[in-house]
Each structure stands twice: as C-alpha cells, then as structure tokens.
Design a protein around this ligand. Sequence first.
Ligand code: SIN
Length: 490
Amino acid sequence: MTATMLSPAFVAHLPTGILVGGHWGPAAGGATFEVTDPATAEPIFDVSDAIPADAVRALDAAHAAAPAWRAVPPRERSELLRAVFARLVARADDIAALITAEAGKPLAEARAEVLYGAEFLRWFAEQAVRADGLVRMAPSGGNAQYVSRRPVGPSLLITPWNFPIAMATRKIAPALAAGCTVVVKPASLTPMTTLLVAEIIRSEAEARGLPAGIVNVVPTTQAGPVTEPLFEDPRLRKVSFTGSTRVGQALLAQASKNVLRSSMELGGNAPFVVFEDADVDAAVEGALVAKLRNSGQSCVAANRFLVHDAVARTFADRFAAAVGAKVTAPGTRPGAEVGPLIDEAAVEKVSGLVDDAVAHGAQVLTGGARLDGPGHFFEPTVLTGVDADARIVTEEIFGPVAPIVAFGSDDEAFELANGTPFGLAAYAYTTSLARARRAMDEIEAGMIGINRGLVSDASAPFGGVKASGLGREGGEAGMEEYQETVYVAL
Ligand code: SIN
C-alpha cells in the first residue's frame, strides 16, 4: 500500500474515466491502466485507457459545443474561469496530495504548483474580457482597417507529466477564455490531477448553465494512435503540446496536413551563468531553485552551470554544501525537500549521464548515485570539472544533477550558453548592469532570469526559441495562441 496523504473521502469522488460532452464514462475498449506512486513504485489508481474512437467522440463533442461556447459573452467565460480558480485554491491541500501521489514532488512544492496552476485560471479570467482589436486609417487614407480576433476553434491540448495541474491549466484556461473548446490528452504517468480539474470545470459550467463539452479529456497509454485521427480531421483547428522536441517535431509534421495552428513548448538546456562579479550566495540560492524544483524535472531547469574561473571553487563548494544538505525523501514525509524521479527509466537515464561524466574526468562533490529502497530516487548531485561537450551538458538531464563547467571570459560564457540547439530558459548572475544587459541581448533563450532562479509566472509569456518551441503560454500572448486575426478593409 502507499503512504499517500489522500483522504478516502476525497479519493472516492475522483474521476478516473473519460470525459466527453459533459459525461464521464469508461473507454470504448473497456481497458484501464495503472497510475503508480513514484515514491513507492506501487499502483495507486486505475484510469480508463482511451482508444482512437474515444478521441473522435471527444472531438465530436468539442466541435458540437464550439458555436454555443464562442457565443457565451466574454464576461461569463471570465466568471467561469474565476470560479474554477477559487475552487482550486479552496481545495489546494487535497489537490497537492494528489499531485504528490502521482508525480512524487514534496507536498509543499505540490501546493505551490496548485497555486501556480490556479493562477492561470485567474489570469485568463482577466484576459477573457480583453480580446483587443484595432481600428486605424490605412496609410493611403482611402479606407479604414479593422482588425479583430476570434476563437481559432476546437483545440487539442497534449500535456506532460511533470506539472500535472499547471501544464493543464496553462492550456485550458486561455483556450476557454478565447472561446475555444478543447480535447485534452493528459500524460498517462500523471492523469489524475487533470481529470480532477476537468471535473471541476465541468461541474462549474453545468451549475452556470454553460454548454456541456467545452472540456473533453481522453487519458490514454496510446498517445500516437489516439491523437492521430484528430490530426486527420479538419474540425480540429489547433494543437498545443508540451514535451520533448522529438515528439514536438513529429506532431508538427502531423499538424502540417490540415495546417493546424501549433503551439509547441519543447525541450530545454538552460545555462545558469555565474559571472565573476556575481553575488555568489545569491547565485547559490537561485541555483537551488533552478536545479532542484521538481527534482530537476522541468523544461526550465538549469541544465549546466557555467561559472567564471574566479568564483568557480567558491560557488561549487557552497552549492555542493547546500545541495548535500537537502532532504531527499517521499514527498509525503515531513521535511522532504527533493522527491523521487517519475519512473525507473528516468533514474537510469540520470545515472547513465552521471557515470559518463565521471568516466570522462568529472568529480562528484556531493551525491552521484541512486538511493536504495523502493521508489525512484536519485541523490541531488553536484559535479565539477565537467567538459563543455560532455553528454550531461549537451543532453537535457531532467534530474537533480548539476554539472559545473568553468569559463574564463564573458565571450566564452556567451558562446557556451548559446552552443546548443535549444533556447528555452537561461539564468545569469552578475552585479554589473552592463553584463546583465549583454546577457539579455545575447543569450539565445525565450526566457532569461537575471539574478533570479525562477522565471515561471502565469502573467508572463512562457516559451522558447530555436528547437525549444513555437508560441507562448501565459501573459497576453497565451490567449492570442487560441485566436485568429481577421482583418477587414472598411
Ligand atoms: C515545464 O517544465 O515545461 C514547465 C515548468 C514551469 O512552468 O515552470
């Protein structure tokens, strides 16, 4: 049995089926799959395993609800989202326990994720009533130009396992705000939180007499076959995906068939640059957040620490001491600071990258191995003397391991920072305004934290450049991803 903090009364009401047209039911094939607790590797839930016919039914429902939903006044859409925000915040402890149970992260971190996830509902409730357009005279003076926005249409939202509430709400909230209906395909490793959010939206919409079928959810272990018919179907008008660059590229190829609007939040390889004039203690504090949030399982996690020779030893020693002091334990244990990785494959990948770095001369300052016992734990680890072209530097680690690479000049730091196909997040620590300005101008990343180890914020445009993706989530831009522009020459 598991040591989750879930109350039986809460569990008794959790949906585990497929949501289509406002109704929960089993998958058409009747199959289910297990969701396990990463801290114990024990199964904790059985969830319906959708087949392609379920996804088509979900798109039928999203398509059928689309005209009624886009006709709902923005103020009413806004109020629905605001009410869901309030319900998520009111249930934050229960939802946090659910996130910890299926994703492993410590309860305090899971609670922070609930608030972060809920914030997308509040932000887009505020944006729903701001679908701005434009009226102006054409430069010729001969006519007016009238530019307006309308919902793009039924949207497929494919979410990852690492932030089970925030990645769902970051897509669902702007889509609903813009007037789009959705089919959500949550990650099969952590579908439960998304199912619960969908039920809260469903019941709140029902209570307000709003159309059924605005949010449809198809959990499945067969992501490719289940979503494939949707890409073939001209009723689908948009896909939004968060996950690996490899899968994103495959989805973009599928999306090309019907020229679908596509938002892709893909892989990262965030550099964390500590310049010679940095406040080293502040850099260590930021590095702990940038590296250890969700045990490093985040696309914006610092993947490589580029540290100037002059402060490399001091930074490495202080950072290793702080990382070594972190309590790695099941997320439900009081005082747990670093939880398990999501599954065995993740532990094997991280372990292989560390072994490879060590075989090529890196030194382990703290950690370096998996933890014995049940669950998928890997020690928080700091490595120094890592080659800039080591696999652990060039590949996305997605684990609690920090490789430190020393550099000798600012030019070298920028060259190293940009020497990757990815460009999602980056972090730079410096007390010089000139260096900060240079970092802002020269680092090829969609998001840059200057003297900050966290960039995520519902009100800011989250997204990357280069192989890290297309489009933005959050901020004003997040809703525009679900709108198309209509220009009228008047
Ligand atoms: C991600 O890992 O994709 C998202 C992390 C975040 O929103 O902070």
